[in-house]
Design a protein around this ligand. Structure first.
Ligand code: PHE
Length: 347
């Protein structure tokens, strides 16, 4: 009790807790001696030791609350704001177009009942490739221009994920269908020109359920494009394509008009590719613990930066990540411009 009272911060308190209640703590050791006692001894010592443990745990919890209260108090004292100061003339800073577009995507897909899933930027070879039906010698690996990290001591190979598709794997391994997620995030490839940057952003979509087909995929993509480009209707076509992790695979084009040096969506006779998609390959389902006899899924992937460029007329990708304040002031969004469906998304 003295040690608990004397612990001056949460770290010191944690040390006391481990010393008493941790695996090798003094009270834990006492509890272990119960095993070697006669039933008679245990009857008297058991409640004593357990009582001791409970009292210690309660006292630690109480001290923890006290310390947290003190820490908050101290923070409130130092972070005081002088509300009598004049307000700045113009709001400083802006929301980056990628952040804004990501918020728009989340708002649209949330309305379609999707949840947001996440995965790490540093992935294993296994999740980025193998479990997506891209075995070690598969030619698709070359196309990904992967940044590899130094091999770890146990020789597992890690890399900067080349797409958000490993989040499909993580999600299927972690939860049972029905699954309905999007996974926005950073992705990396060795590539650099006006429309490619070594770090870029994708949003992955994954739906797995007992009755899921290509028609559902197309409907979701159409709903998304109409909402995102804020159009009442937009022509869409699916072209046959190839991804190792989907079968069939498609590339998704939307209708546009390129005349007059400008791109307008929802009209004209041109097409613009905006996504890769397909039905999740049965082998992928299987490798991720989902029974392909019962379940079908579809997946899609968009480039977030590209979506931002198309909607907001930004011609070059490179300045996205150069932190030039003039660019950010021009293309950024005001902090209170919250992307929401009940208002115009981009207002
Ligand atoms: N991961 C693919 C890419 O980066 C896109 C994709 C996602 C294709 C999901 C199909 C399904 O190119």
């Amino acid at each position: 009790m003295q040690q608990i009272a004397a612990a001056g911060d949460s770290r010191a308190l944690e040390d006391v807790r481990v010393g008493a209640l941790g695996k090798k703590g003094s009270i834990a050791e006492l509890l272990k001696t119960l095993g070697g006692m006669t039933p008679e001894q245990r009857k008297t010592q058991g409640p004593l030791f357990n009582g001791l443990r409970d009292r210690a745990a309660d006292a630690i919890a109480a001290r923890k609350r006290e310390l947290e209260g003190e820490a908050l108090e101290a923070r409130l004292m130092t972070e005081r704001v002088d509300v009598t100061l004049p307000a700045p003339e113009a709001a400083e800073g802006s929301v980056h177009p990628v952040s804004h577009v990501r918020d728009e995507l989340i708002a649209i897909f949330a309305d379609l009942d999707f949840k947001v899933a996440e995965g790490p930027d540093v992935e294993t070879d296994e999740y980025n490739f193998s479990k997506l039906n891209i075995p070690p010698e598969h030619p698709a690996r070359q196309m990904h221009d992967t940044f590899y990290l130094k091999p770890q001591s146990d020789s597992t190979r890690t890399l900067l994920r080349t797409h958000t598709s490993p989040v499909q794997v993580r999600t299927m391994l972690a939860q049972k269908p029905p699954i309905r997620i999007i996974a926005p995030g950073r992705t990396y490839r060795r590539d650099y020109d006006a429309t490619h940057s070594p770090m870029f952003h994708q949003v992955e979509g994954l739906v797995v359920d007992s009755e899921t087909h290509l028609g559902h995929l197309k409907w979701i993509l159409e709903e998304f494009c109409k909402a995102y480009f804020e159009l009442p209707a937009i022509g869409m076509r699916l072209r046959p394509s190839y991804f190792p992790f989907t079968e069939p695979s498609v590339e998704v084009d939307i209708q546009c008009d390129r005349s007059g040096g400008q791109i307008r969506f929802g009209e004209g006779r041109d097409w613009m590719e905006i996504a890769g998609a397909g039905m999740v390959h049965p082998r992928v389902l299987e490798m991720c613990g989902v029974d392909p006899e019962y379940y079908h899924g579809f997946a899609f992937g968009f480039g977030i930066d590209r979506l931002a460029m198309l909607k907001y007329g930004i011609p070059d990708l490179r300045p996205f990540f150069e932190s030039d304040l003039r660019w950010l002031r021009h293309y950024g969004f005001a902090a209170l411009d919250i992307a929401a469906l009940h208002e115009s998304l981009s207002q």
